[in-house]
Write a protein that binds this ligand. Structure first.
Ligand SMILES: [Fe+2]
Length: 394
């Protein structure tokens, strides 16, 4: 193999050298799945992101505008991603606008400077109140190109005739500011959101098809069981990944003791990194599936608030969230919801969003019990340490 062909190999084209900034699975190798969501108008670029195989899809949405393309919620611009983007540019015009629609979502922020460098004709529009945790660095230190970076709302809004913008926040989280900016693409009726709303399907998303290892890893009950690839195992693994990502430790999950983990580790055939050498420190209780069914209703995927956000980000900000959802429900051209994680596009109407706002107002908010108890414990600790305010800031 020549050097040139080696550098054009699949792993090389999927390389993301900045992964140590946010060391999440799959680390330095990011496959990108490109799907056309709405013909000739909207495309989804998806990668996986997570910790120890708890991986969920993260999405950049590409929107066709009259003057070219807009990228909403940046992804790491691997060679593979850029070549797919260049193909769209050849047909629909250059990337004119990149939008960083969140003030706090590091996973969307860290790739923004590299993506902006890869699209030199684009203006980078960022949410106000950008903050970096744990260090507070000026934006230019974070690599944002000063000459073509603009702040949404403070310096205007891009493509106002084709797009409508609605901000949630800023909300004071103590550790920083939460702010997210939704965008309605009027031509396609697509409402783009980032983290505040998601829709979760009962089947694993197609981004896992290239490598279902994270699903198969979690589909097992013990570390000495082989990774078996069947549609049932993929689905079982997906349900567990969703529960991990939603609640960190849902009620029907125990963390196994070290002795038990080691007893099942290093089984023949599993002594390799892919199966984490047979180390599997989790024990799922009987009927664990019920927790998934409670979270993801039968008519899934439907718009909902991710539990981890409800309990850790918005526990004292329900009113702000509900009024933002009501402001989205006033956008009467909405036909689809396109969040930056999980499923997209999801059928969505203004009525559906109003109903969601009503539901959120009426049901118990940010509970402490059952599946929520781990999240509630983290929140209590953060409040006790004074890291997050006990009451929302006015
Ligand atoms: Fe996110």
């Amino acid at each position: 193999m020549t050097a040139a062909s080696a550098s054009n190999s699949e792993p090389a084209r999927q390389r993301w050298p900045w992964w140590p900034l946010l060391p999440l699975y799959p680390y330095g190798r990011r496959r990108t799945l490109v799907r056309e969501l709405i013909p000739n108008q909207l495309w989804s670029f998806e990668q996986l992101q997570g910790l120890f195989y708890v991986a969920v899809p993260i999405r950049m949405t590409v929107v066709r505008l009259r003057q070219g393309l807009m990228l909403y919620a940046p992804l790491p611009p691997t060679a593979e991603l850029l070549s797919a983007l260049r193909e769209l540019e050849a047909t629909y015009g250059p990337v004119r606008t990149i939008v960083l629609p969140t003030a706090s979502g590091l996973e969307h922020k860290l790739p923004a400077p590299a993506l902006a460098r890869a699209c030199p004709q684009a203006e980078l529009w960022v949410t106000p109140r950008q903050w970096s945790f744990p260090l507070r660095l000026p934006q230019s230190w974070l690599g944002f190109p000063a000459s073509r970076t603009r702040v949404l709302f403070e310096q205007g809004l891009p493509h106002g005739d084709e797009l409508l913008w609605r901000a949630l926040g800023p909300l004071n989280l103590g550790l920083g500011t939460f702010m997210e900016v939704a965008c309605l693409h009027r031509a396609s009726g697509s409402l783009l959101v980032t983290d505040a709303l998601v829709a979760i399907g009962t089947d694993p998303p197609p981004v896992f098809n290239a490598d279902p290892t994270p699903l198969l890893f979690h589909a097992r009950d013990r570390g000495d069981q082989p990774l078996e690839d069947t549609p049932e195992q993929r689905r079982r693994g997906w349900w567990r990944l969703v529960l991990f990502a939603s609640y960190l430790q849902p009620a029907p999950l125990s963390v196994a003791g070290l002795r038990e983990v080691l007893r099942h580790a290093f089984a023949p055939g599993l002594r390799r990194p892919r199966s984490h050498f047979g180390l599997y420190p989790f024990r799922w209780h009987p009927n664990w599936e019920q927790a998934f069914v409670e979270l993801v209703a039968e008519d899934a995927p439907r718009p909902q608030v991710a539990p981890v956000l409800e309990r850790l980000v918005f526990p004292r900000c329900r009113a702000a969230l509900v009024s933002w959802i009501r402001s989205l429900a006033e956008l009467d051209e909405t036909r689809w919801l396109v969040p930056a994680h999980y499923e997209a596009p999801v059928p969505c109407t203004p009525e559906r969003l109003s109903r969601l706002a009503d539901e959120l107002e009426q049901r118990p908010w940010a509970p402490d019990q059952g599946n929520w108890s781990t999240l509630a414990g983290i929140d209590r600790t953060l409040v006790k340490l004074g890291l997050v305010p006990a009451e929302p800031a006015p």
